[in-house]
Design a binder for this molecule. Sequence first.
Ligand code: PLP
Length: 426
Amino acid sequence: MSKAAPASRPQRKNEGTKKGATSSQPTAPGPSAAVMPTYARQDLVFERGEGSWLVSTTGERYLDFASGVAVNALGHAHPRLVAALSAQAAKLWHTSNLYRVAGQEALAERLVESTFADRVFFCNSGAEACEGAIKAARRYQFVSGRPERWRIVTFKGAFHGRTLATLAAGGNEKYLEGFGPPVAGFDQIAYGDHAALEAVIGSETAAILIEPVQGEGGVRALPDPCLRGIRELCDRHGLLLVLDEVQCGMGRTGKLLAHEWAGVAPDIVAVAKGIGGGFPLGAVLATAEAAKGMTAGTHGSTFGGNPLATAVGSAVLDAILEPGFLDRVLVKSSQLRQGLEGLKDRHPGVVEEVRGRGLLTGLKLRASLAAADVVRAASQSEHLLLVGAGDNVVRVLPPLNVEDGEISDALARLSRVLASAAKSAG
Ligand SMILES: *Cc1c(COP(=O)(O)O)cnc(C)c1O
């Protein structure tokens, strides 16, 4: 195979001479065909960010209430995160897990101090954290002399990631299609259906895996008594309670971890997204008992918890655990909630329900209006960034340190979007 000679700017394979080229405009190249088109992306490129704002390559400012899908917990270019990353970048990036990693030990100690957990395994993403949580749960039953217990109960509308096991756990037919037989061992029931849950537990059940607030599935918060009931069921049947807090954890609901609202103690929790503030980082948190099968050689990750990632993770955690930070998240979330309820009252023809907890909020739209269209219109006509979700929900996910004025600004923009959408929806 021969490569074209370098041009004055990188040649795009979808322009110019190639068959199938649609545009050869040099000033505004379209998306590169070199990137596998697994995302239906908005045609927007950002150059920099500051706090709750993103600036596009064309110089336009966008109010970011998508937060990179609940990842940029402290907004963009937070001075403390920039300082932590830069300082670490000048010293040491990566050593592998063949050696002790000081930053990993420091972050693990801090997580253990401030959560239910005694042990932490670091990885790079939410799917990897969920995968690790599933493995730890199966392994726990195995080393406890119950190797026949390997099945895990999951819930409709769940999202646990895009690896083969987490896809099977999520059970979304659309995502599973064409990828071969789903990984075995997941029994799915309706979210919050306690009777179905009791019925599905059998002699092979190892654990129950649930998101305290479903994110991708449509921002559905599990009522606290439900989570307490699930804990009791786990205790009665010798099962582990495994929570996926990849989206709802790390301060998003106003508590460091969302299950704290229900006052239950889980056995294993997967976190990611917000914990790295934008740097890829995930973690499996577990009690000493639940982690007892995860001995040397049972699991691993080359990059997991490397010095760069854990330096940033520690800076994020420091900020979230600073006195008053989570209280402010709660104040902001009630301001946002009230505003969203107001939008529902003003636009009853298009908004059906306000959902969520803390700053993990969403608007469930009526069938006459598609969430994806509202997300696109908000971005195009109001420069407000939002995220779609299942069940025709628009997610509203500001950074946790969003300014009060930015919340009212976003609500005003969203109100105009809904008003014109209501008009065109008739
Ligand atoms: C995003 C998400 C995942 C997957 O995380 P990735 O980092 O994309 O692998 C898993 N669970 C939940 C609840 C999520 O929101």
